[in-house]
Ligand binder design. Structure first.
Ligand SMILES: *Cc1c(COP(=O)(O)O)cnc(C)c1O
Length: 393
């Protein structure tokens, strides 16, 4: 067999996104014991950086071993006991996945739906909480990667708390891309993933729990059904006790530490501003090419843009040509949006002006190859105007 040599790509799909070179370098440093004082210092540093990026003082803030979905499962299996009621906002694939995970944990799920491409209506959540008494938690997806919608959080947090429910949030695609502000938004527990806006490979799922959420799993009547994800044990591994639970994926923790450090070094506000302006430039470029965006600008995520596939243009063929001719990956649609939209990611390290230009130029070329009428250079010019007008780029 030949030496491993994967192709070099520009990752502008819904994740994984581009990994920062310093993160790759951190992963190539020596593996040490997971109870080595040197590693414990790195674990503590990772928790401290995570608190800063999440915008929280929550002591229990650490990465779970596993991808974003492991974080989703961590919240559900620890906070829900069989028979507990949970209201889940569903307006995309990841809301649907939360419903699946929560029902497997034995919970009674009350889904509250909104059309794909639109945000949830807080009044519908309030109505569900009035109809069903004693709901334990309300869960929503902050950044629906299947649709490109940003879900405002604070109003739903207030409603959940008025009904005595915990407020749980999926921050997988929002963390490091748009402000998450766990404490300001009064989120009780949240999870994220390393492979979206943190510029780190897939493999870890940062989670954060406030004291109220910790009391909820500490006072369970039944044992958490998953041994691997049981926070009652894992918190003693990441806490002062350092009780062995499972071996931390050492190199992935290095990667996360470095990814978070880079975000803090750039400054959270600058990171958000970079995502915002590059997102706007991409939108302007796509629209100037005659394409239609899915989500209303008020709820559009800068880090994940959904755009309708023009009529008579073959979805898979466009993506195949982008990959073959430009080494560029964009995402196709999922679920209701399968075959209808493309998903273009500008997450973390991927979120750079040069990638916006590459994507617009490559898409223009490939669409023209397939017979789509597009004015030459219009997309690039429109994007350039956005940076020019902001005096940046
Ligand atoms: C990617 C994603 C997940 C799942 O993360 P994996 O790393 O694929 O397990 C969950 N929620 C949202 C919103 C996501 O974008």
């Amino acid at each position: 067999m030949k030496e491993l040599n994967p192709p070099v790509r520009t990752l502008m799909g819904p994740g994984p996104s581009g990994v920062h070179p310093l993160v790759l370098k951190a992963m190539a440093t020596p593996v040490i014991g997971h109870l080595d004082p040197g590693f414990i210092e790195i674990m503590n540093g990772t928790m401290e950086l995570l608190r800063e990026v999440f915008g929280t003082k929550n002591e229990l803030t650490m990465p779970m071993s596993g991808t974003g979905s492991a974080g989703m499962e961590t919240l559900m299996v620890n906070l829900l006991e069989p028979g507990d009621k949970i209201v889940i906002g569903v307006h995309g694939l990841f809301g649907q996945r939360m419903v699946d995970v929560a029902s497997r944990a034995g919970a009674e799920v009350i889904p509250v739906e909104a059309a794909w491409g639109t945000p949830l209506d807080p009044a519908a959540i309030e109505a569900a909480l009035s109809r069903h008494k004693g709901v334990k938690a309300v869960a929503v997806v902050h950044a629906e990667t299947s649709t490109g919608v940003r879900q405002p959080l604070k109003e739903i947090a207030d409603i959940a708390h008025r009904f005595g429910a915990l407020f749980l949030v999926d921050c997988v695609t929002s963390l490091g891309g748009i402000p998450v502000e766990i404490d300001k938004n009064e989120v009780d527990a949240a999870y994220s993933g390393t492979q979206k806006c943190l510029s780190v490979p897939p493999g870890l799922s940062p989670v954060t729990f406030n004291e109220k959420a910790r009391r909820a799993f500490a006072s369970r009547k039944t044992k958490v059904q998953s041994w691997y994800l049981d926070l009652n044990m894992i918190q003693n591994y990441w806490g002062a006790e350092r009780f062995y639970h499972h071996t931390a994926p050492v190199s992935m923790i290095y990667a996360l530490h470095e990814g978070l450090r880079l975000i803090v070094e750039e400054g959270l506000e600058n990171v958000f501003a970079r995502h915002a302006i590059n997102g706007r430039a991409l939108w302007a470029g796509l629209e100037a090419m005659g394409l239609k965006l899915v989500v209303d600008e008020a709820y559009r995520l800068p880090e994940l843009t959904t755009v309708y596939i023009p009529e008579n243009i073959p979805d898979a063929e466009v993506r195949r040509r982008l990959l073959e001719q430009y080494g560029l990956e964009i995402g196709g649609g999922l679920g209701e949006f399968k075959g209808k939209v493309w998903r273009i990611g500008l997450m973390g390290y991927t979120c750079q002006k040069k990638n916006v230009m590459l994507c617009l130029g490559a898409l223009e070329d490939v669409l023209a190859q397939l017979g789509f009428k597009v004015e030459k250079g219009a997309g690039l010019a429109a994007a350039t105007r956005v940076w020019d007008e902001a005096g940046s780029g």
